[in-house]
Design a protein around this ligand. Structure first.
Ligand SMILES: [Zn+2]
Length: 421
């Protein structure tokens, strides 16, 4: 049996035999040993150590609530910081109501406070990491968000957007790779060495080409679900899709900011670079390899006479608009095409949010850079992650998959020029 002795010592008074004076002396004493199993696991615990989980600090207050401080994602060489992503797992006894209070939503954008928290802020939760549902949030003073969850199982995943992880992409690529309509090409690597893919669906000799990029910003998983829906629809191999793919070929960069996704970040790549900025000049191969390799691929497409006729950069925000590019020069034809695209999205999908106003400028986005530097008609499509007005609901993955499934018809009508044989 193991006995532990306290390091504390007891002061004892002893009569010194040599001088006859009473001295204080120290002597070790044994105290009651601590039981080896006396450390108890807390009843409520937060896990952030899994794929795409967001870094955060947390503690439990005296009322038993989880106080969670989200960790900011910072941009290199600027004061920009962002917090749109949270994804963690709570463990607590079944039946208990867990209260989580999230803070640190005071974003800075272009050196201006740009808080992301809104009345529609909510959480998506899953007890099995497969089926997700939305839960409303309550705004608290101090730009904080409170979420309540009654534990139906010993653990619950909570996130800002239904997660789409690198492992989800890998499963998706494995599913589609064998199809003869699909080619997956690695065009380069991210800063941390993860492969960057381009998925081609269809025949590259088709008269039109559309390019889509998803996930330039790490938390914006909606684009990933949308391109999954798009590819799945195109691979159904029915008469309709055969007709679509005679008219156009689709190229997709499915996950631009893989490093940010792996680390559960909000916006920037692992070098603190915003992959939807600075498209007005060539990307640095070390700081932004994700953009550098995309530009290289695009230049090759242009030189091989396969320039995309339309490029869409898929994002998530709380607006849901098409962000129309407005570079200098005559863009009359482009604006007419964007109006046509807006109309077709309204006709064939649940999109109702509309396009940005003529006064809106956002230089440096992929939309503007593609137009200015490559002569490609391009835009940014922000999928609203808080509310889909056309469906009157908080969007979940299935809603974006269904949107993606409707896009092939949109593109077919968009490229309505008769096919020459
Ligand atoms: Zn974005």
């Amino acid at each position: 049996m193991y006995y532990s002795f306290s390091l504390r010592t007891l002061l004892v008074l002893s009569l010194c035999l040599s001088c006859g004076i009473t001295h204080a002396a120290k002597a070790p004493i044994a105290v009651q040993p601590a039981k080896a199993d006396s450390v108890v696991a807390p009843r409520v615990f937060v896990h952030t150590g899994f794929e795409n989980a967001s870094p955060m600090n947390w503690e439990i207050d005296s009322a038993g609530r989880i106080l969670a401080s989200l960790v900011y994602d910072h941009e290199r060489f600027s004061q920009n910081r962002a917090n749109g992503h949270w994804h963690f797992k709570v463990e607590a006894p079944v039946g208990q109501e867990v209260v989580v209070i999230l803070k640190n939503f005071d974003n800075i954008w272009n050196n201006t406070p740009a808080s992301q928290i809104s009345k529609r802020s909510h959480a998506v939760i899953s007890f099995d990491n497969k089926t997700w549902e939305s839960r409303p949030g309550e705004l608290l003073p101090g730009n904080r968000l409170l979420i309540r969850v009654k534990m139906n199982a010993p653990s619950v995943y909570m996130a800002s957007v239904e997660p789409y992880r690198i492992s989800d992409l890998e499963k998706f690529l494995t599913r589609i790779k064998a199809n003869k309509l699909v080619t997956v090409t690695e065009i380069g690597k991210t800063s941390e060495g993860r492969p960057l893919e381009i998925i081609k669906v269809g025949n590259e000799k088709a008269p039109k080409r559309v390019f889509l990029r998803a996930r330039a910003h790490a938390f914006e998983a909606g684009g990933n679900w949308t391109v999954e829906g798009l590819v799945q629809r195109l691979l159904q191999n029915d008469e309709e899709t055969k007709r679509y793919l005679q008219r156009y070929c689709v190229y997709i960069m499915p996950m631009a900011n893989k490093d940010g996704v792996a680390r559960g970040k909000t916006r920037f790549n692992s070098n603190g670079y915003d992959l939807n900025r600075k498209w007005d000049k060539p990307a640095d191969s070390l700081i932004a390899p994700e953009n550098y390799y995309l530009e290289k691929w695009l230049s090759r497409m242009v030189s091989e006479n396969k320039k995309p006729d339309l490029a869409i950069d898929l994002h998530n925000d709380a607006g849901g608009n098409l962000h129309i590019s407005r570079p200098d020069g005559d863009i009359t034809a482009y604006l007419a095409n964007m109006e046509k695209l807006d109309g077709l999205l309204r006709k064939h999908t649940w999109y109702t949010e509309g396009s940005t106003k003529p006064s809106f400028r956002n230089p440096g986005t992929l939309g503007e850079g593609f137009m200015d530097r490559f002569g490609i008609e391009a835009l940014v499509y922000e999928l609203n992650y808080e509310w889909v007005e056309g469906l009157k609901k908080v969007p979940l993955a299935a809603d974006w998959v269904s949107l993606g499934g409707m896009l092939p018809k949109v593109f077919y009508d968009y490229f309505e020029t008769p096919v020459t044989r």
